[in-house]
Design a protein around this ligand. Structure first.
Ligand code: XIL
Length: 328
């Protein structure tokens, strides 16, 4: 039986999001099929620097050690975000931080993290995650970083990261990246950064997709637009939910045959598209190894099971896996 990384060795790296628990439970599957790891949570700001100046790298370092033992590379995720970020970063003692203090917190965090990992096999870092507003006229969403520092917090993050590690490829990462309205906004932001000479090297397409949405044409358009800026692309957090986003049903104890068939068709079409653009796409990361565990079991409906991955709850290959690996 072919493995994912074998099947794709002439196209792109095949990544998976992991945490210490999944490495323990699904380690064999992960070693067998993947050659790139992204920490699902353990390199986010609240995990790495929960208190000012107190860095907690232990869990994250276990992921790095696993990667090295198994000849894998890593994508860092994420230096700056509005979620999973400790409150102290936006404070100065009891008061709200000034622009200068917030910038200092951001800079020191970025420097410490990139410095800590400077000798490890990372091939990219998400510098900043999800800053675009999903709807409305504003380009950027509300975020404490933005309200304290101002809109230039985005470029500052890239500048701090580049100064800390001049050789590290730096990424902007977002979801709904293929929806026309948001796609245009992401394009505008990234183009603006490029035009200003800000050090940005790639765009991450999260690819939290479904059975119906987004359309292949919209995904193709996103790939073409971002690639037209001369940037590399990573598919960073792929999963294919069996529920539409509006569907809040909780009564399914297993997926229907229809769902699994449709999912396999979608995965097949997505990977075919990725192969077509492999000149631009450096890696494709799945946001979990199998249906046994994945974040969609809790999102957007808490406790509802989902079956979005290439392997089933017993870590066995699904129809989706077979379709994705049988193109030769
Ligand atoms: C998710 C994790 O998978 C969950 O375990 C956690 O509770 C919340 O964050 N976009 C991102 C990822 O960039 O960091 C998110 O990961 C999923 C959406």
């Amino acid at each position: 039986e072919i493995t994912l990384k074998e099947a794709y060795k002439n196209y792109f790296k095949i990544g998976v999001a992991v945490n210490p628990n999944t490495l323990e439970k699904d380690g064999d599957l992960i070693k067998k099929h993947f050659n790139s790891l992204t920490p699902e949570n353990h390199m986010k700001p609240e995990e790495l620097q929960p208190k000012e100046g107190e860095f907690t790298f232990e869990k994250a370092d276990k992921i790095v050690a696993f990667a090295k033992e198994n000849d894998m590379e890593l994508r860092g995720h994420t230096l700056v975000w509005h979620n999973q970020t400790p409150e102290w970063m936006f404070k100065d003692g009891d008061k709200e931080a000034s622009r200068e203090v917030a910038l200092k917190h951001m800079k020191e965090h970025i420097e410490a993290v990139l410095e800590h990992y400077s000798k490890e096999p990372f091939y990219a870092w998400d510098v900043i995650n999800e800053v675009i507003a999903d709807e409305g006229d504003e380009l950027l969403r509300e975020s404490p970083w933005r309200s304290i520092i101002g809109d230039d917090y985005v470029e500052k993050a890239f500048e701090f990261a580049h100064a800390a590690d001049p050789n590290m490829p730096l990424y902007y990462n977002d979801y709904n990246e293929s929806h026309p309205e948001k796609r245009e906004k992401i394009y505008k932001l990234v183009k603006g950064l490029k035009d200003k000479g800000i050090p940005i090297h790639g765009v991450g397409l999260q690819a939290h997709w479904g059975l119906e949405d987004p359309s292949l044409d919209n995904i193709r358009e996103a790939i073409e637009k971002y690639a037209s800026l001369g940037l590399k692309l990573h598919i960073t957090e792929m999963d294919v939910s069996v529920f539409n986003f509006e569907d809040r049903r909780t009564d399914l104890s297993k997926p229907t045959e229809e769902m699994m068939k449709k999912q396999a068709e979608r995965y097949d079409a997505f990977f075919k598209l990725f192969r077509e653009y492999s000149e631009h796409i450096e890696s494709v990361t799945l946001w979990a190894a199998s249906d046994r565990y994945n974040w969609l079991n809790d999102f957007p409906v808490r406790g509802r099971k989902n079956w979005p991955m290439l392997f089933d709850t017993e870590n066995q290959p699904k129809e989706s896996f077979l379709r994705v690996t049988s193109f030769n």
